[in-house]
Design a protein. Sequence first.
Length: 79
Amino acid sequence: MHGNVLEWCEDTWNENYEGAPTHGCAWYGSNDDYHIIRGGSWNSLLRYCRSASRIHFNPDFTVASVGFRVVCSAFKPLQ
């Protein structure tokens, strides 16, 4: 979850994890104006280069050290 860029997450900002979904889906809370950014980037301080590190920004925020990951399923769909 960390590497060359900070990672935009689909989840919206929540102050803590109380009431968070336990099934792995994105968490949309009461503050949809901000999304979570996780991990560390090439210009982060060492203490922030970990997957548990999280901050929040407005989705319009852009900077070279923030990106996203593309995920593809390796499973063949059942027919």
